[in-house]
Ligand binder design. Structure first.
Ligand code: UD1
Length: 365
């Protein structure tokens, strides 16, 4: 069994599955393949260390490029690995370019693919991830879902019910396992927010940071919100480059907005788990804040994770500065709710269920 880890949001999904398979050596022989989509130490190695994963068994070393070039390079590098390793199954997670690239190689070689986090749909095909989701699901043999709305999406697309299995959210396995150990992190103290309210911000979607006017509007809203409470902003490399290109550095420096390098898994968990408010365009953070009962404002017009709105703490606020300001005021006028309701099967045991389903499928292969 090959497990594909390519980009930052993959690592905390692969780690619990790998660990669970290692606990069942008579049944599984997992190997980790890192495509190299993310390669900076802060975007990759730090996560392997924090999550207790060994170095990847195979590293494709692909790196950054345009979507077509990156996807093609991953495919070209991965095909000989599949031919050499002859895996029974390849397991892909999430919706990044590494996910579709590796799934496509396997589909063409007749190797079975399991897709973890299948069936999520934003219905926004301008998002590269939405294309990756639809295509990966359509060629996977086993679709492992985090929520039942995803099952419905897949069935509506004509995917047979016997290929779909609702196993819950494996990223929450990582969160629950590391919440306690993350208490050793000194990140709150280092950023001088250990004894006060603060907000955490992440921003990296091309639709938010590549368009100068949209990005400028978001910064206007953030500067105002930061007058009420400090905002800590771990900056993704693509966002950092855009801040420099658009000359936004000075405007940010004048506000109560602290830019830091991307944080490792434990430091970031420690940081957002103590936040009064999270503002983000990430997918995973919408889910993590839901589980912890932290108000989350999603700076997007849609989400592929509607359950975080229905059951959780997430509010879609788009990118209009006035709407972001108003939503932040509303969120700050309510208390955080640590005992908030969690979506079904976001319980820390999804990796076990994933392995059980895979075993069941092995026996019927
Ligand atoms: C990718 C995923 C996105 C996910 C995000 C999390 C796709 C289509 N997108 O977006 O779904 O939310 O990861 O981070 O797969 N860069 C570095 N160092 C790195 C990695 C990237 O400097 O280690 C810079 C490069 O300039 C690169 C840019 O960031 O061109 C974008 O990286 P890329 O992997 O293409 O997409 P992300 O925006 O990270």
């Amino acid at each position: 069994m090959l497990l594909i880890a390519g980009a930052r949001p993959n690592f905390m999904k692969v780690a619990p599955i790998y660990a669970e398979m290692k606990r069942r050596p008579c049944e599984f022989a997992p190997k980790i393949v890192h495509t190299g989509q993310h390669y900076d130490a802060s975007m990759s190695d730090a996560f392997f260390d924090d999550l207790g994963m060994p170095k990847p068994d195979i590293h494709l070393g692909v790196g950054s490029a345009s979507h077509a070039v990156q996807t093609a390079k991953i495919m070209t590098a991965f095909e000989p690995v599949v031919l050499e390793e002859k895996p029974d199954w390849v397991l892909v997670v999430g919706d990044v370019n590494s996910t579709i690239a590796c799934a496509l190689v396997c589909a063409k070689l007749g190797v079975r693919v399991a897709h973890v986090e299948a069936g999520l749909r934003s219905r926004d095909r301008s998002m590269p991830e939405e294309i990756n989701r639809i295509l990966t699901d359509s060629i996977s043999d086993l679709l492992l879902t985090t929520s039942q709305d995803a099952d419905e999406n897949l069935k509506q697309e004509g995917i047979p019910a016997e290929k779909i299995s609702f196993v819950g959210n494996v990223m929450i396995d990582s969160l629950m396992e590391h919440l306690k150990v993350a208490e050793c992190s000194t990140v709150r103290k280092d950023l001088a927010v250990d004894d006060r309210d603060y907000a955490v911000l992440t921003l990296h979607r091309p639709s938010n940071v590549d368009d100068k006017d949209v990005f400028a509007g978001i910064i206007d809203a953030l500067v105002d919100i930061a007058e009420r409470l400090p905002i800590i902003f771990p900056v993704h490399p693509r966002t950092r480059a855009k801040i420099d290109e658009f000359g936004f550095g000075e405007r940010i420096a004048g506000a109560n907005l602290t830019l830091v390098e991307p944080l490792g898994y434990l430091d970031f968990l420690r940081l957002y788990s103590g936040a009064r408010l999270v503002l983000t365009d990430s997918g995973g953070l919408q889910e993590e804040t839901t589980v912890l009962g932290i108000p989350c404002l999603t700076l997007r017009h849609n989400t592929e994770r509607p359950i975080t709105i229905e059951i959780g703490t997430n509010v879609l606020v788009g990118t209009d500065p006035e709407r972001i300001r108003r939503a932040a005021n509303d969120a700050l006028s309510c208390e955080n709710n640590a005992s908030a309701k969690k979506p079904p099967l976001w319980d820390g045991h999804a990796a076990g269920r994933i392995c059980d389903v895979l075993l069941e499928k092995f026996s019927f292969a």
